[in-house]
Ligand binder design. Structure first.
Ligand code: NAD
Length: 639
């Protein structure tokens, strides 16, 4: 067999490569991996000479087409999989997990690759109640709204794969597997962090109350399952893979601490993380009955799997130690400020460290950013020029549109415009007849545009639409919580007079992003621009960032669905600004710090739907409880 393994330098992919070499020594293996933060060529040490390793991106048609040459089987593991990180770079998750899967399918079809297996997750099914006996099986519907971007993008990738099978009949199978553990798992993940912390004399952190249940499977059993699906699976079928080993995290921590020779005092309960679903459990009857699969490690001998994992981490400090120090970098559009993502060993979480860009490193950083602005401008103009409706518009209008591309605030709008097709429903767009916006010096907020359109009978009339200057970019709204000495004390808001209403309103920070701006940029800029809080100045640190999903404002004018985030800002002892507990603080600018104890008063004054949605989601998700140390925010009690 000539097998292409995507994501073969990642955790599960590399375990699969090692398995395949042992089990099928005569097969030819090619690995395609972009070596992102999660990819690590060292996972393939010892076998690199036996395989063809290609560093490449599954979203690139050219690179994928080249990798398909001579291949007869594709096993697709590559993905953005670190949920904590998805909060910062949602678009990358979508691009790799959904578009990347589609590119692979298309190129496999073109290259007439006879067999394709897509690896997915049980997170697409959402969560089960803790006390339920239910298990996911092949008939379980996908969760209508999975609550993290990883799960959403994997669900969409599965859908794309199924649709592709229906349309092309290519021999495709899908597996949805439960939580994996074993060698080469990144040290920020649950089991490795417990083990590596114990090795280094730190306590073993458990999130929340430790009652979250996952169905744990050893990577070696995942590998035998995929092998069997390749051998005996039926075209178009989905197989659920799990070892019937659903146990609470607390139990795992206890087993690991004990197997390590320590007592339970080495377990430390820490605040929960966002999107921590309560229970997953898998029913693998189809795998067992139809394909004859038998996992080697189940609940009965789970200790064996854990012992094996502990001894692997003990024996390979040279593998995991550098990863603890490895920093993933996220930069803002101006490349002045950037954050490292680091592992906080005490909390068992990733944390964000802010730094100013050092001279000399800029170029390196720049090359990691997607395209520079001049490229983006010419790309948008190029797209505009491909439309008949643009070519038919008068020269002054064409100039007006192109001028808007050059203004940072409005280039997103023109990008949106340039993606409009010739036909909107049955109406053909002939040309732009009018375009209106306020002069740039007043700050362009929205753009109104009128098209001459033609119906199928050849009659013409004018249709207009209004868009935010930022175009389709969705933006974000931020619920900013102020924490001092482990206690959430205030909400940071803006207070302003709203022109159309002529009255004072309390507002969340946030809004639409600049073109090419990441969520990180936006958060950073909005804290500074809207609230006057500079996370670089040292008196305030950005703590947790909690994704709360998107919200659809009912204004009816825009198709933007802004993301909602809750941020926790930690104040240093030399407090900025001087805060008194229980008192409303009004800053010189728009900033208002509202004491958490008086939240009910605020809720009654606010009619901003973003604010109320963010607050409701934060409260209902239970996240509020965990961020607040001993003295919890008790907004439920006010109601
Ligand atoms: P991982 O993050 O450790 O590895 C992913 C690999 O994909 C990395 O080597 C990375 O460099 C590579 N990659 C990312 N983007 C790429 C791109 N654009 N082009 C090429 N390569 C790219 O993830 P993992 O935990 O090993 O998961 C592998 C697969 O198994 C994923 O599809 C995941 O959804 C699925 N899965 C994981 C689990 C689990 O418990 N970890 C459970 C069920 C299913």
């Amino acid at each position: 067999m000539n097998i292409l393994i995507t994501g073969g330098a990642g955790f599960i992919g590399s375990n699969f490569v090692h398995y395949w070499i042992k089990k099928h020594p005569n097969d030819k293996i090619r690995v395609l991996d972009a070596l992102t933060f999660a990819g690590n060529k060292a996972n393939l040490n010892g076998v690199l000479r036996k395989i063809d390793f290609v560093e490449g991106d599954i979203t690139s048609h050219d690179q994928v087409a080249a990798s398909m040459k001579g291949i007869d089987t594709v096993v697709h593991f590559a993905a953005e999989s670190h949920v904590d990180r998805s909060i910062f770079d949602p678009s990358r998750f979508w691009k790799t997990n959904v578009e990347g899967t589609q590119v692979l399918l298309e190129e496999a079809l073109k290259a007439k690759v006879p067999r394709f297996h897509h690896v997915s997750t049980d997170e697409v099914y959402g969560e089960l109640a803790l006390d339920s006996k239910e298990r996911f099986n092949e008939d379980t519907p996908y969760a209508p709204q999975p609550d993290n971007l990883y799960a959403i993008s994997k669900a969409e990738a599965d859908r794309v794969t199924r649709e592709f099978y229906k349309q092309t009949g290519m021999f495709i199978t899908i597996s949805n597997c439960s939580n994996n553990y074993g060698p080469f798992q990144f040290p920020e993940k649950f089991i490795p962090i417990l083990v590596t912390n114990l090795i280094d004399g730190y306590k073993a952190p458990v999130h929340g109350d430790g009652q979250h249940v996952r169905d744990w499977i050893h990577t070696s059993d995942h590998a035998t399952a995929v092998d069997l699906i390749l051998e005996k699976g039926k075209p178009g079928e989905t197989y659920l893979v799990g070892s019937r080993n659903d146990v609470p995290n607390k139990y795992i921590a206890e087993r690991i601490v004990n197997l390590y020779g320590k007592d339970d005092s080495w377990i430390k309960y820490v605040p929960d993380r966002h999107s921590n679903d309560r229970r997953y459990a898998i029913d693998s009857t189809r795998m067992i009955k139809e394909l004859g699969w038998k996992p080697a490690i189940t609940r009965e001998n789970f200790d064996d799997g854990l012992k094996d994992t502990i001894s692997w981490y003990k024996g390979h400090p040279e593998w995991w130690r550098p990863l603890l120090k490895r920093k993933a970098m996220i930069a803002d559009g101006d490349q002045k400020v950037f954050a490292y993502v680091e592992i906080d060993r005490n909390l068992g979480k990733t944390k964000f460290i802010y730094k100013e860009q050092e001279e000399g490193k800029k170029d390196k950083l720049k090359s990691r950013m997607l395209g520079s602005d001049p490229n983006k401008v010419s790309l948008i103009v190029h797209k505009l020029k491909s439309h008949a409706w643009y070519k038919n518009s008068s020269k002054p209008i064409q100039k007006k549109v192109v001028d808007l591309v050059k203004i940072a605030r409005t280039s997103g709008f023109v990008d949106d415009l340039a993606n409009r097709p010739e036909l909107m429903g049955t109406l053909k767009q002939n040309k732009i007849v009018k375009i209106e916006y306020s002069p740039d010096k007043f700050g362009i907020y929205g753009v109104a545009i009128w098209f001459e359109v033609e119906n199928p009978q050849g009659e013409t009339h004018v249709e207009g639409y209004y868009s935010w200057a930022m175009g389709v970019k969705s933006g974000a709204k931020l619920l900013v919580l102020i924490r001092h000495k482990d206690r959430i004390t205030h909400l940071a808001l803006t207070k302003e007079e709203k022109f159309p209403m002529g009255s004072v309103i309390y507002n969340l920070a946030g809004g639409f992003p600049r073109i090419n701006e990441s969520v990180f940029d936006l958060i950073h800029r909005k804290l500074e621009d809207d609230l006057g809080i500079d996370v670089k100045n040292g008196s305030v640190k950005l703590g947790e960032i909690i994704g709360l999903g998107r919200v659809m404002p009912d204004s009816g004018m825009t198709n933007n669905h802004p993301f909602l985030y809750a941020l926790v800002l930690d104040l240093e002892d030399n407090i900025f600004p001087p805060i008194k507990m229980g008192e409303i603080y009004e800053g010189a600018g728009k900033l208002v710090l509202w004491p958490i104890e008086r939240l009910q008063e605020l809720v009654n004054k606010v009619d901003d739907s973003y604010f109320l949605s963010a607050l409701a989601r934060l409260t209902l998700s239970g996240v509020s409880d965990i961020k607040l140390g001993d003295k919890r925010v008790v907004w439920q009690k006010h109601q």
